[in-house]
Ligand binder design. Structure first.
Ligand code: DX5
Ligand code: ZN
Length: 215
């Protein structure tokens, strides 16, 4: 069964607490928290303060996706805010290996995200050091975009790479995941599904989460 990680980016921030409560009562496994700085991506979302508030509402795993430049400057703040996993973008890190070591030394799981144009082969020399790869299936910055089909091929390539190395790295698909395409994403080899709009814009989010979980 896939890990379901609803993205709070699509939540109603005027009622964040009740949206978190809803996720707690649902079959969601993780909370996916999208941090944007207006530099790495053309949008600004929220930072460690909001992550800390969300953390207080849940015991579920908090998967923090940093879409920011210079993530090393903020890793400790996100640890203190309660992040369980910290994912940084390959495209934002000149010293990716060092950044991963920093995240792990702070006691968090470490993830690397890659943009739609970035080749999976660039992970060849870091994959053994990380817990998760976040394959962006949209250009990062906004919820509610259309799934980029080439992602399926990238997930297959990455699963093959992990299998050949005997690794059980999480492969997370992020962006444009729907009830319609979730099966093909999982069949390609992903085991974590991030879903923002599909969950939060649904008439019955709890039901949609359960359906994603059953796939
Ligand atoms: C995009 C974010 C995603 C996004 C997912 O930059 O990383 O997590 O919010 O939202 P949907 O599922 O609506 O594409
Ligand atoms: Zn994300």
């Amino acid at each position: 069964m896939p890990i379901i990680a609803p993205s709070l980016l699509s939540a109603n921030f005027l009622q964040l607490e009740s949206d978190c409560k809803m996720l707690n009562e649902s079959k969601a496994d993780w909370f996916h928290l999208d941090v944007m700085d207006g530099r790495f991506v053309p949008n600004i979302s929220f930072g460690p303060m909001i992550v800390e508030f969300i953390r207080k509402t849940t015991t579920k795993f908090c998967d923090v996706h940093l879409m920011i430049e210079e993530p090393e400057k903020y890793a400790e703040q996100f640890k203190n805010a309660g992040a369980d996993n910290l994912t940084v973008h390959l495209e934002a890190c000149k010293h990716l290996h060092r950044n991963i070591q920093q995240i792990k030394s702070l006691g968090m799981k470490a993830g690397v995200a890659i943009n739609p144009h970035t080749s999976v082969s660039l992970l060849e020399n870091i994959i053994q050091d990380i817990d998760l790869v976040c394959i962006m299936s949209v250009n990062p910055g906004f919820g509610g975009q259309k799934f980029i089909l080439n992602t399926i091929e990238k997930i297959k390539q990455l699963r093959k790479m992990c299998n050949e190395k005997g690794l059980h790295t999480h492969i997370e698909a992020d962006g444009g995941v729907t009830l319609e395409n979730a099966r093909s994403i999982i069949e390609a080899g992903a085991d974590v599904l991030v879903a923002g709009n599909t969950v939060f814009k649904a008439a019955n989010p709890i039901d949609v989460i359960a359906k994603l979980k059953e796939i």
